[in-house]
Design a protein around this ligand. Structure first.
Ligand code: ADP
Ligand code: MG
Length: 343
């Protein structure tokens, strides 16, 4: 690899002072530099592990700003931990690079570490190799009190369904970026949608607060869109759902779009690192104050539907618009697919 070899790259861009590591997260005993890292999990906690891979031209454009790529590579993993209600501890980075481009590496690691520092989640190891295109795999480790992780399988009939944030912007940004030219309106929309695509904010702290509330029965992150991911909860829990399309929190970037198109982005668009969760219908609202959580974590939380018995509906999700059920023939909206890597 050019003038910097593998170890040069690691030393220059990925290894930081051990003192910083200890200061950042006291659970980490050994970071980069030995054959493996060592970390602890608090007493009566389980270790939570998740892994996500990003491939050039598949998950990001080759010319994407490396700083935002560094951010996103970690953000998608933090989002998976968040979806379990877990607290991040540290992560490993395996990276394949066609060449050593130091300007690129400097920007990439700056984006990566800025987010890592925000969540006290240090880089504790990894692997660095040459590869024909850029391939990035991050494995993240976290902890959750034993038995308290929020699974996909806990939704019950009568539960309310919520989503965090505003939906639709990332998928719309992808489409706008693919267009050869944009009019003024589209340029404004892109400026507001693009940060949601390139710099998603994983809902790590909000998710832990939701877990601690004790009212959340199931949760996942909707990285493949609401229509793509909610069925995972429904299948795992053996239930169906009703989603009120009028209630969906549409991102403001979609304001100028025809309603059907905006709804298609908000339901079927991928790259959405928001949470979808269900809450027990036995909620005592004096104890579960969503408004307080919204304010505390500066994140909209919107009730979008409820959990139904499987027997009551033919489809897994009943889409409602102005109180009426959308028929399958109206699925020109393509509401049911979501993003599937093997389409
Ligand atoms: P090994 O030969 O045991 O696989 P390596 O030579 O690949 O070890 O890596 C040396 C050290 O650098 C290890 O601690 C490894 O975890 C770390 N490391 C390698 N690549 C990266 C990377 N991209 N980011 C962070 N740490 C890395
Ligand atoms: Mg190695």
């Amino acid at each position: 690899m050019n003038h910097l070899d593998e170890f040069g790259v690691i030393g220059a861009y990925f290894k930081r002072a051990n003192s910083l590591l200890a200061q950042q997260n006291s659970m980490i005993d050994l970071g980069i530099g030995d054959d493996a890292a060592l970390f602890q999990v608090a007493k009566d906690h389980q270790c939570v592990v998740s892994s996500d891979m990003l491939i050039e031209n598949r998950h990001f454009f080759a010319d994407v700003a490396p700083r935002t790529l560094g951010h996103k590579a970690l953000a998608v993993n933090l989002s998976d931990l968040a979806a379990m209600g877990a607290q991040p501890l540290g992560f490993t980075l395996s990276i394949g690079l066609p060449k050593v481009d130091e300007a690129w590496l400097a920007e990439f690691s700056a984006g990566l570490f800025a987010l890592a520092d925000e969540f006290n989640c240090p880089l504790i190891g990894g692997d660095t190799t040459r590869s024909p295109i850029v391939v990035i795999n991050i494995t993240i480790f976290g902890q959750v009190p034993t038995g308290q992780a929020i699974l996909r399988s806990g939704a019950q009939v009568g539960d309310a369904i919520y989503v965090t944030g505003q939906l639709g912007a990332p998928a719309y940004a992808v489409d706008l970026l693919k267009k050869p030219s944009l009019n003024d309106e589209e340029q404004t929309a892109l400026a507001s949608a693009r940060p949601r695509l390139e710099q998603p904010q994983p809902r790590v702290l909000l998710a832990q607060a939701l877990r601690e509330s004790g009212f959340v029965t199931s949760m996942l992150d909707i990285s493949d869109g609401l229509a793509g991911d909610l069925p995972h909860i429904l299948k795992a829990s053996g239930v169906a759902a009703q989603i009120d399309l009028d209630a969906l929190p549409l991102h403001t970037a979609l304001n100028a779009l025809p309603e059907a198109e905006a709804l298609r982005y908000a339901t079927s668009g991928g790259d959405e690192y928001e949470l979808c969760f269900t809450t027990s219908n036995a909620i005592d609202s004096s104890q579960f104050d969503l408004n307080k959580l919204q304010d505390l974590y500066q994140t909209p939380i919107t009730r979008v539907g409820c959990v139904l018995p499987k027997e009551q509906v033919r489809e897994l999700i009943l889409w409602l618009m102005q109180g009426k059920t959308l028929k399958a023939s109206q699925y020109s909206l393509n509401l049911i697919s979501g993003y599937n890597h093997f389409d």
